[in-house]
Each structure stands twice: as structure tokens, then as C-alpha cells.
Write a protein that binds this ligand. Structure first.
Ligand code: HEM
Length: 497
């Protein structure tokens, strides 16, 4: 565009020079015609280039559009307001500038808050919360799969999503709300509802988005859930504030003091905000969005895989009995569940959450080490095909629960064998600077839940229900959300409570 703008300016100067140097009256009609023709061709060229550009980038939101005639204003805006432009640009993607979708409003910085809380506070507290998560699992699985010792059918994904919502909420919100059914429903449904609402609003032309958000029913559901989330959380926040005031001490005195009363994300977010105002409900929803469906999907797939490979169940039980029976619920016990770690990672290798990972938007031209260029504004992602590549894994199409266990026994492959280890050949949690910071918690949560399930239940495929399949939509790969399995309560060999 800059080139075409310059071309037009030069042509105008040229025309001005012409009018100064030459007596207009002496110009012949043919010269007029030629000049008009050149002008028209130039205008057409500019217009064609504008169309081509608009078509090339039609699927991206534009920020800081250059004027039709002159780009200097846009350039100046870029020089002085680049950060704002970037933030505004990203609001447009998830409509974060609209009231209904304020969760994505980067000015409120929920993404960054959640990132810091998970990276620092949650991961550092894993030792403190292991027992708490196990206690919650006792209640959650009893409610979902019952104490019935006869075989009965359950919908695997639905029940495990509820379980994971309850366990995660215990850590994110504390004991007050984690068993609240309304809260659990919101944390599970909000993620799906918000994306449905965004696409419903985007069906309208951009200029009508502000109005459409008040009309489309999907957006109304999102606002109702947001209001309900606030109504539920506010009393807990108020109570916490009261407690802090009553103790008459600043919560920032010893923020990592392990004996403090609450070890949950309400406390961590409050500490991070340094007592300032922040929208606790939206911060919590942001946490849930990152944590619940991802973890629920993983554990669901593990159970489907165990139904298909029942020979793994007994060795897994024996490992759990040996480790938990000796050490009880400690963070180190979870580390020592090596076969379980391997089985979960194998499930994730065959069915990660997506066929690609590390999706990015190039905000600048990038030149890779090998000289290849990624042009500015390109959307890029890294393929996860190595998961299924026989140059990396022997018999990659076969589920081998011991695959990563065997790797963990060899010093040269030990490091890369762990569930939480990321590398270019295993991108299920991303890799590098932005690799999932919640993976340490997710791995522990899944292991705690699996120990309870393995020791307390028998489970098998329900032959009367269609076999589970992997749902593939675009890049995404999701475990079956409809399939049922049969479960029955068994007597656990060791007490887990
Ligand atoms: C099995 C469960 C999980 C899976 C498969 C998963 C996967 C991922 C992936 C693929 C990414 C993007 C990485 C990238 O683009 O490079 C990510 C980012 C993230 N995840 Fe997870 N995740 C899981 C659980 C969790 C949990 C439990 C939490 C929070 C407690 C969490 C918090 C986050 C956050 C905050 C980010 C953004 C990191 C950043 O942008 O720097 N995740 N996750």
C-alpha cells in the first residue's frame, strides 16, 4: 500500500509540474486522452491492489487501517500507540471489547493473572494440596459413580467432567463453593457457551456486534452465567476480606507462609492483586476455562484406553497399592507412580487435544534459523504428527502402556519420558516459553483421580452402547462425550481417605 500511495503522490506532482511548465491551451486533445488513460489505469491498479489485499487478509481483523488516500496517519498512530493497537486487535478476535465477552478484555489482564497464579502459587503449592484433592475425590466419585456394587452404566465424559470441575474448584475456590452444583455447572458450561456466543455474534456484520450481543440468545446465556458466578463468589470474597481484617495483618507479609489458613486461588489472586479490586468471578472463570475441559478430556481418554486394554489395570492397581500404602498422599508418591505416568502419556500421545499445538500469530516478519520466513500477520501452528511417526515411536499406532515406562528406565530417555516433559516430538502441553504452566497440577489431579477409580471401581466397555470414538473437528481431537461404560464398586485394598 505504501508503494501505491507514493506512486499516486508522484503522479500528482508530475501533473502539477506539467501544468506549470506547459501552456495548457496548447495541449492537443490526444495528449488529454493519454493523460486521462494513464490516470485511470493508475487508479484501477490502486483499486485492484486494495481488493487483493483485502481478500488476502479477509479472515483477520484489521487494526489501524490506513486511509484510502494516505497512510501517514496510520503510521503515526502505530509509532505512538502500538501497544494499544495490539491489545485492541486481540479484543476484536474474541470480542473482548464487548460487555458480554469482557473475560477476554486484555485491559483487565485475566490471562496474565491466571498465568502468574498457576506458574507460581499453584505449582509451588502442589505438595500442600495433594491430600485435599484426594479428599475431594472421595466425595466426587462416590456421588458420580455411586457405591453400587452391581454393574451399572454411566456416561464417562459427563461424569468425569463433573469430577474434575469439583476437584479443580476445591483448589481454585476453596471448600465453600467447590460442591455447589450451580458453580460446577457454570465452570463446565461457560467454556462452551462463550465460544458459541462469540460465533453467534460474529454472524452479524462487525458494525452490528455491539447491538447483536444484546439480541442473540447465546450471549444472554453467557451474561446470565457471569452474573450468577459473581453472585456466588462475592460472599466468599467478602468473608475472606473480613478474616484478613480480623487477623489484623497484611496478607502480603508472608505470602508463601505454608501454615496460612487458605491454600486456594481466591487467596493467590487476592495476594497478586495486592488487595486491589479485581473481578474475582471472571478471574475464576478464566482459570476454569484453561483447566477443566482439558483435564477432563485427558482422564476420560485414559479410562477408555484402559477399557480397551484391561490387562493394564492389575499392574496399575499393584503400583498404586505399593506406593500409596508406603508413603500415603504426598507429592513424591505421585512422582513414583511411574507406570501410571506412562499410561497417561501414552493416551495423550495417541490422542492429544489437537493435531497441532503452539498456535501463534506473527506480529512481525520472522526469519527462522534455517532461513525460512514467516510473513507478518500469518497464523502459524506446530504440527503434532511426530506423535504418530514411526521414526520417533516404534509401532506408533499401537497403544503400549509401558512405552514411556521403558523409556524412564534408560538414562538417555528418562527426562523425556515424564508426562509433564515437553519436547518438539510431544507437544500436547505445548513447548518452550508458553508451555502449559498448569500441566504439573493437571498431571497430579489426573493421577489422584485414577488411583481412586482403579482401587474403588471395576470398569469395562458397555457392549450395548456404540464404541467410543475420537471426535475430530478442525485441528481438535476430543474424547467421546456420548459413550457409556459399565462400572461397579469394589473394595479397595488400602484406605485412601
Ligand atoms: C490435561 C490438561 C491440560 C492440557 C492438555 C493443557 C494444554 C495446554 C496447551 C496445549 C497450552 C498452549 C501452549 C502453547 O501454546 O504453547 C496451554 C496453555 C495454558 N494452560 Fe494448559 N493444559 C491443561 C491443563 C491446564 C490447567 C489445569 C491449567 C490451570 C490450572 C492450565 C493453564 C494454562 C495456562 C494459563 C496456559 C497459557 C500459558 C501461556 O500462554 O504462557 N492448563 N495448556
Amino acid at each position: 500500500m505504501a508503494f501505491t500511495t507514493r506512486l499516486i503522490v508522484n503522479t500528482r506532482q508530475y501533473a502539477q509540474n506539467l501544468t506549470q511548465d506547459i501552456d495548457l491551451a496548447s495541449l492537443s486533445a490526444s495528449k488529454d486522452l493519454a493523460f486521462g488513460l494513464i490516470g485511470s489505469i493508475l487508479l484501477l491498479a490502486v483499486f485492484a491492489q486494495w481488493i487483493v489485499k483485502a481478500y488476502k487478509f479477509w479472515q483477520y481483523p484489521f487494526v489501524n487501517k490506513a486511509g484510502w488516500w494516505n497512510a501517514s496517519k496510520a503510521k503515526e498512530n502505530f509509532v505512538w500507540n502500538a501497544q494499544k493497537l495490539l491489545v485492541d486487535g486481540f479484543h476484536q478476535d474474541f470480542l473482548g471489547h464487548l460487555f458480554t465477552f469482557q473475560l477476554f478484555d486484555d485491559r483487565q489482564n485475566f490471562g496474565e493473572m491466571v498465568n502468574i497464579v498457576v506458574r507460581t502459587k499453584l505449582t509451588q503449592s502442589l505438595g500442600l494440596i495433594t491430600k485435599v484433592v484426594s479428599e475431594e475425590m472421595t466425595a466426587a466419585i462416590r456421588e458420580q459413580w455411586t457405591e453400587d456394587a452391581e454393574w451399572h452404566a454411566i456416561n464417562l465424559k459427563t461424569t468425569l467432567l463433573e469430577v474434575i470441575a469439583q476437584l479443580s474448584s476445591r483448589v481454585f475456590l476453596g471448600p465453600e463453593l467447590c460442591r455447589n452444583k450451580n458453580w460446577q455447572r457454570i465452570t463446565i458450561d461457560y467454556t462452551v457457551n462463550v465460544f458459541m456466543a462469540i460465533s453467534a455474534v460474529k454472524r452479524y456484520p462487525k458494525i452490528l456486534h455491539r447491538i447483536a450481543q444484546w439480541i442473540v440468545p447465546e450471549a444472554r446465556v453467557v451474561r446470565t452465567q457471569m452474573a450468577e458466578a459473581r453472585r456466588l463468589i462475592q460472599p466468599v470474597i467478602n468473608q475472606r476480606k473480613k478474616e484478613i481484617l480480623a487477623e489484623n495483618r497484611s496478607i502480603f507479609e508472608k505470602p508463601t507462609e505454608p501454615t496460612r489458613k487458605h491454600t486456594d486461588a481466591i487467596q493467590w489472586l487476592y495476594e497478586l492483586s495486592k488487595g486491589g479490586d479485581y473481578d474475582a468471578a471472571l478471574a475464576q472463570l478464566s482459570l476454569s476455562m484453561a483447566a477443566i475441559h482439558t483435564t477432563g478430556d485427558l482422564i476420560t481418554q485414559v479410562i477408555y484406553d484402559l477399557c480397551e486394554h484391561p490387562d493394564l489395570v492389575q499392574p496399575l492397581r499393584e503400583e498404586a497399592i505399593a506406593v500409596l500404602g508406603t508413603d500415603g498422599w504426598k507429592r513424591t508418591s505421585l512422582y513414583n507412580l511411574k507406570l501410571m505416568d506412562s499410561v497417561i502419556k501414552e493416551s495423550q500421545r495417541i490422542k492429544p487435544a489437537g493435531m497441532v499445538s503452539m498456535r501463534r500469530l506473527a506480529t512481525e516478519n520472522v526469519t527462522l534459523k534455517d532461513g525460512r520466513r514467516i510473513p507478518k500477520d500469518s497464523m502459524v501452528a506446530v504440527s503434532a504428527h511426530w506423535n504418530w511417526d514411526d521414526s520417533i515411536y516404534e509401532n506408533p499406532d499401537q497403544f503400549d502402556g509401558y512405552r514411556f515406562y521403558k523409556m524412564s528406565q534408560k538414562p538417555e530417555t528418562e527426562q523425556m519420558s515424564h508426562l509433564v516433559a515437553t519436547r518438539p516430538q510431544h507437544l500436547a502441553f505445548g513447548h518452550g516459553k508458553h508451555a502449559c504452566p498448569g500441566r504439573f497440577f493437571a498431571a497430579n489431579e489426573v493421577k489422584i483421580a485414577l488411583v481412586h477409580i482403579l482401587l474403588k471401581y471395576d470398569f469395562k466397555v458397555d457392549e450395548s452402547s456404540p464404541p467410543p470414538k475420537i471426535f475430530k473437528m478442525g485441528w481438535s481431537m476430543q474424547s467421546d462425550y456420548q459413550a457409556k461404560i459399565l462400572v461397579r464398586r469394589r473394595k479397595e485394598e488400602i484406605c485412601l481417605d
